[in-house]
Ligand binder design. Structure first.
Ligand SMILES: Cc1cc2nc3c(=O)[nH]c(=O)nc-3n(C[C@H](O)[C@H](O)[C@H](O)COP(=O)(O)OP(=O)(O)OC[C@H]3O[C@@H](n4cnc5c(N)ncnc54)[C@H](O)[C@@H]3O)c2cc1C
Length: 401
């Protein structure tokens, strides 16, 4: 057989879709018995709209495009436009002044933390009240540890090309996209259409023999000329241990932010899709998502607060009720489910070059092996779409060399 894709998450399905477009017939191995048909919230970049069109699936915009940020005991809302943001009350006069000064700050060449970048170009207040909450929405990350270059690469590139974030925003090269939603796994189901997926078939090990790859899966051994690994870094490390132990140690060390997700009926009556809570608010709730199609989703924890996973359900409910009362003056909530995610979202922290170098070396030492998961592509779906296209082309070139 020609090509196997391991993992039927969004990355694996995007890679398989691109391989199919090139005339290949990938065999997909998935550990779980099915893909959960959850509703995904997706930024509506042009590339995402094009993908939806290609798959004849709908990713309609959320009815409410406003976000709210908690600041000084108030909830301040804004749409994804410069005017709305500047008039939202999020920025104080001194913060607005630091925005005006930003185009005159000289760019630097090196990578740095997201926190350093914002403090260098703006000030620490903008970091606290605006950038940190947006980072919580993106990846529940720690701004002091995240690498600007890898975690928010479009901002990093804007400093290199326009020499200023403000100039990039005003020139239309950097914007917060509108958000859309793919209901009940619609996007995933369309990607699955026509694919050959072996569900409930975990891959335990990938070995190499006589120039071919042997996959040891639950249903037995399979031979492939090429393999694309689309699983999280720690799962990839376990599977690829026979190919390079030292590379797998680096993959195993990629940090994934943990969080607790509470699904609840929650009628806030606030005109926004997300309420975001900076660390300075002192709340352990990081984000409340209140979109029109589901009851409410509350996120607690994140990169800096892994110990949230140790709380019992009762402790979480008590904590939630107390924080909701302090925030909204009311705490009527009906909990539907409490879900714990130990290693949920990859963190593109400082020094991430080393992980990408190791991935590249692993691929060059094992021709025909490709790693195509979100921890390699980047944090946004835009990165996954671009990464999947590129990997599919490389697989095609390898098989036709
Ligand atoms: C609760 C939650 C909500 C989220 N909501 C959103 C959202 O609204 N919008 C959004 O863009 N992103 C969301 N994400 C992120 C998103 O689900 C994925 O993390 C992201 O799409 C990365 O996908 P991936 O394919 O690289 O990895 P994953 O989604 O982790 O997929 C990897 C797949 O590989 C399988 N697998 C692992 N090991 C093996 C093995 N040994 N053999 C075979 N199969 C294996 C897994 O079962 C899984 O299906 C959410 C994540 C979580 C945890």
């Amino acid at each position: 057989m020609q090509v196997a894709v391991i993992g039927a998450g969004l990355s694996g399905l995007l890679v398989s879709h691109e391989l199919k477009k090139l005339g290949l017939s990938p065999v997909v191995f998935e550990k779980e018995p099915e893909i959960p048909s959850k509703t995904l919230i997706i930024p509506l970049f042009d590339e995402v709209k094009a993908l939806a069109k290609e798959l004849s699936t709908e990713i309609p915009p959320l009815k409410e495009q406003r976000r709210c940020i908690y600041k000084g005991g108030r909830l301040l809302s804004f749409r994804a436009s410069v005017f709305s943001l500047l008039t939202s009350g999020i920025f104080s006069l001194s913060e607005l002044f630091s925005i005006l000064k930003e185009p005159f700050i000289k760019p630097i060449k090196d990578d740095e933390s997201v926190a350093n970048f914002v403090k260098r170009r703006f000030d620490s207040k903008i970091l606290e009240s605006f950038v940190e909450p947006l980072i919580l929405e993106l990846c529940l990350g720690d701004v002091e540890s995240l690498s600007l270059k890898f975690a928010v690469r479009r901002v990093y590139e804007i400093e290199k090309t326009s020499s200023s974030v403000v100039k990039g925003v005003l020139g239309g090269n950097l914007k917060l996209p509108e958000l859309g939603f793919s209901k009940d796994g619609g996007l995933i189901k369309s990607l699955l259409r026509g694919l050959s997926v072996k569900f409930e078939n975990v891959v335990l090990r990938v070995r190499k023999k006589d120039g071919e790859f042997i996959l040891e899966a639950k249903d037995g051994k399979h031979k492939f000329s090429s393999v694309v690994v689309c699983t999280p870094a720690w799962a990839s490390a376990y599977m690829l241990r026979d190919l390079s132990w030292s590379a797998c140690e680096v993959l195993e060390s990629v940090f994934y932010a943990p969080f607790v997700l509470v699904r609840a009926t929650l009628k806030l009556g606030i005109p926004c899709h997300s309420v975001l809570f900076p660390s300075s608010s002192g709340f352990r709730i990081k984000r409340i998502s209140v979109s029109d199609f589901e009851d409410g989703v509350i996120y607690l924890g994140g990169a800096k607060e892994g110990e949230i996973l140790d709380l019992s359900d009762n402790e979480i409910i008590t904590l939630l009720k107390s924080e909701l009362l302090r925030i909204f003056g009311a705490n009527e909530i009906k909990i539907l489910a409490i879900e714990r995610y130990k290693r949920a979202i990859p963190q593109f922290n400082l020094g991430y070059d080393k992980v990408l170098e190791i991935v590249s070396a692993l691929e060059s030492e094992n021709p025909g092996l490709f790693i195509g998961s979100r921890f390699v592509f980047g944090p946004s779906i835009l990165d996954s779409i671009a990464g999947a296209k590129e990997i599919a082309k490389r697989v095609f070139a390898y098989l036709n060399k």
